[in-house]
Write a new protein. Structure first.
Length: 325
């Protein structure tokens, strides 16, 4: 305590906005002189409770508002919302406010959720511990080994229920660190386990399942373009199909631009094609030359079954597995 006034000066404190306008408080404060001659702090400034902090340029109220924005929205989003509220701040300032906050009080939850997360997917994994009752994270562990999780449970007694997946490491850690705790699975893993069990059962007994009866009239569908009919005779080009139609269109477009006097490079830029493709189309007198290849007209082991495949496809069976069977 000191009663010797050294000097006075005006502090400018940014405060919360009023009616969309920024507010600045001009506060005159006193600087006191320390009576102890041996004290290294020769002078000190008075602080106003609930308004000022040492070396602070914002009021306590504005500081609290910015801390809440930083916690809820982090840096960039918090800075954008603060500017909307007529408070100029930066994302770096909000991140510094988060780092200055005191660590929350650690407590042992009654129902503990244990799961792993990827620090680097496929390489490094850690463990996250969550309070299921409050849905808040409690701690992060550097790995997902049994020893690490068991040591944390031993240091935090009081866990009654452990909610985890089917990991054997977490199961063993729970038995070692919290032997009296009950192990349960969360809702997501219950549904995942059920779906896997149903899928295995259906695959195992799929031969016993009957096809559903379709009472609605079946309209014949056109076969897809990918099932192009075979050429009429060996060595002849395909006359229809997605590939042949595209080649004929590109061939016609390239030769039309060549007749206009354009070079290969401008044609490639205009049509969005590679120069080698444009060169190959330009050197071919007709599109049929490009549609006759080394495999055109060759017989295939699928040829005897193509009429049947076209028929089944037209009837609506488009599953490759069923067609193969």
């Amino acid at each position: 305590m000191s009663g010797r006034v050294h000097s006075r000066y005006v502090r400018r404190l940014a405060d919360t906005a009023v009616a969309g306008r920024p507010v600045v408080i001009e506060l005159q404060v006193r600087r006191f002189r320390c009576r102890d001659r041996a004290c290294r702090q020769a002078t000190f400034v008075e602080q106003v409770d609930g308004l000022t902090v040492r070396h602070g340029r914002r009021s306590t109220g504005l500081q609290t508002v910015l801390q809440q924005l930083a916690v809820m929205l982090a840096g960039r989003a918090g800075a954008r919302l603060a500017n909307t509220l007529a408070v100029r701040t930066s994302r770096s300032t909000l991140l510094r406010l988060i780092r200055r906050l005191p660590e929350p009080e650690a407590h042992t939850p009654r129902v503990l959720g244990v799961d792993d997360f990827a620090l680097r997917k496929g390489h490094n994994y850690g463990t996250i511990l969550v309070d299921i009752d409050t849905r808040r994270p409690i701690d992060l562990l550097p790995d997902r080994t049994t020893a690490t999780v068991a040591a944390w449970l031993a240091d935090h007694p009081g866990v009654e229920v452990i909610c985890r997946d089917r990991s054997t490491a977490y199961a063993e850690a729970g038995r070692l660190g919290a032997p009296d705790a009950v192990h349960v699975a969360d809702r997501w893993h219950v549904w995942k386990n059920l779906a896997e069990a149903v899928e295995k059962t259906v695959i195992q007994h799929r031969a016993l399942l009957r096809e559903p009866e379709n009472t609605a009239p079946v309209h014949a569908a056109e076969p897809p373009e990918s099932l192009d009919p075979a050429p009429s005779s060996p060595g002849e080009p395909r006359q229809s199909g997605r590939l042949s139609d595209r080649v004929r269109e590109q061939h016609a477009a390239v030769h039309a631009l060549l007749d206009e006097g354009l070079g290969l490079r401008p044609i490639a830029r205009r049509l969005g094609l590679a120069r080698n493709t444009v060169r190959r189309l330009a050197h071919a007198a007709t599109a049929d030359e490009l549609l006759v290849g080394r495999w055109t007209g060759r017989t295939s082991i699928l040829d005897p079954y193509k009429p049947y495949l076209h028929q089944r496809w037209a009837e609506g069976c488009t599953v490759a597995g069923r067609l193969f069977e």
